[in-house]
Design a protein around this ligand. Structure first.
Ligand SMILES: [Zn+2]
Length: 465
């Protein structure tokens, strides 16, 4: 499958996709999280180009006024999530301008399936071995992410006819990292014993190796997910693109709401891995469907054109498409959207416009993930597992690539893409053992070369310098 480009990357040399800036302006200020607001900082209300983004309501400043906590909700049982913020390194206006600019420059989205390398940091209390969840439970979460971000949720048939055309295949996949930041083989899972009970109550502690937690792996190259116990009723939290210092980017998820088996299996209604799906949505820049306000209303919105306004959060609810109470603000609510608080078993979709925004954030703010070697030097499409089909050299290259096919015993097709997934070159061939490709005329940068033969597909990254 030609369009199954997987980012199997060589760890390189400052290579960024064209027109994409590195994430450079994070502010490294840390603090403690608090449940209560002690001081409200006068915070400008930003207006996005859409005129829809609302700003966040409760701002907490603790320890010299350096740290902000943004609380999203306050329902009585579990709370779906909390996004956290340090002093923003860029304003919401700047963030929104970059997102809108990217979307305008890319009216046709990259036809690239991007694989996000994930590292899961399990931090468990020394006296609570059940917090040390199994590899299988972690893998069950990865499977949910892959299903839901490819538009294949098991609840897809429950979506009403009016929303079905809006279901997005976000074309993001997730792998447990196979290569660690030092280039060594890894399971993509770290396990840390701690003496701190409920360490996930404090997102900054669980992310701090000097304070009973564990440090992030390079957050440019990996999606870091910390999993631990928390006792404050919050299921998960995430840093959004303009939030948090570089070394704190990622998700924190309660170990009982992670994956679908083990400690999650009897934690209804949060037992189907949707907390992490929701938080990855925030990580890629999505708001709740009703916007950022604590209390939804018909005057608030998420800046997404195809998610109708709603004045309900659907917390602890599981409506069906036949439910007449799923109307608000004059239209039916997209209660099954992953960015609602709906029960896990009743979530089903991201929308097409949410997909655009997530990809804009990926390419504009988290482009290091596109460059990461975390999924290994040679990643073969998960849909067509096969041995590597070619050796490509020299790489980096300046003039001409030599492709030496291995394992090919039938006709093949070859496609060269740029980093935005635009096809630059195609070639169909037979079983010749080598072929050559002139690349001197192409701009310097990162490219992807995909060879397909029969049911096998193999993509490799190529650097032209
Ligand atoms: Zn949320």
């Amino acid at each position: 499958m030609i369009n199954h480009i997987i980012t199997n990357l060589f760890h390189t040399i400052g290579c960024l996709p064209f027109g994409i800036r590195a994430e450079t302006r994070e502010v490294g200020i840390e603090g403690l999280k608090s449940d209560k607001s002690y001081l409200i900082m006068p915070f400008e209300k930003h207006k996005s180009q859409l005129g829809k983004l609302k700003y966040l309501k409760s701002v907490t400043i603790v320890l010299l006024g350096l740290f902000l906590t943004i609380s999203h909700s306050s329902w009585s049982q579990n709370q779906r999530c909390l996004t956290e913020a340090l002093l923003p390194s860029i304003t919401l206006d700047e963030q929104e301008q970059r997102i809108q600019s990217w979307m305008q420059a890319n009216p046709v989205l990259p036809r690239t399936i991007v694989t996000i390398p994930v590292v899961v940091h399990i931090v468990y209390h020394v006296g609570s071995p059940s917090e040390n969840i199994s590899d299988q439970q972690i893998q069950s979460q990865i499977e949910v992410l892959n299903r839901d971000f490819r538009g294949r949720s098991s609840q897809i048939n429950e979506i009403s006819a009016e929303f079905k055309p809006l279901v997005a295949d976000v074309e993001l996949e997730f792998c447990l990292a196979s290569v660690d930041p030092r280039g060594r083989a890894t399971t993509g899972i770290t396990r840390t014993e701690t003496t701190q009970r409920n360490i996930a109550n404090n997102a900054f502690q669980i992310k701090d190796g000097l304070n009973k937690g564990i440090d992030a792996w390079d957050t440019n190259a990996y999606l870091n997910i910390w999993v631990g116990a928390r006792a404050d009723g919050v299921l998960g939290q995430a840093t959004r693109p303009n939030e948090g210092s570089k070394d704190k980017q990622g998700l924190v998820i309660d170990y009982r709401a992670f994956g679908t088996i083990g400690t999650a299996s009897d934690n209804k209604p949060y037992n189907q891995g949707r907390t992490a799906v929701h938080e990855v949505g925030h990580y890629f820049g999505l708001q709740h469907v009703w916007g950022d306000e604590d209390e939804p209303s018909c005057s608030t919105d998420d800046g997404i054109a195809d998610t109708p306004r709603q004045n309900l959060t659907y917390a602890n609810e599981c409506p069906s498409r036949f439910d007449l109470e799923t109307f608000s603000c004059g239209t039916r609510d997209m209660y099954m959207n992953f960015m609602n608080y709906t029960d896990d078993s009743c979530m089903a979709m991201f929308s097409l416009e949410q997909k655009k925004r997530m990809l804009a954030v990926l390419y504009e703010f988290r482009s290091g993930l596109l460059e990461s070697n975390g999924c290994g030097m040679q990643v073969v499409s998960t849909h067509n597992p096969a041995a590597a089909l070619m050796n490509v050299y020299p790489n980096p290259v300046t003039d001409e690539l030599i492709l030496q096919f291995t394992n090919l015993n039938q006709a093949y097709s070859l496609v060269l893409f740029n980093s935005l997934g635009h096809e630059l070159f195609t070639q169909n061939g037979t079983t010749a053992p080598t072929t050559r490709l002139k690349v001197a005329h192409l701009p310097k940068g990162c490219y992807f070369l995909t060879v397909s033969s029969g049911s096998k597909t193999n993509t490799q990254k190529v650097i032209i310098q």
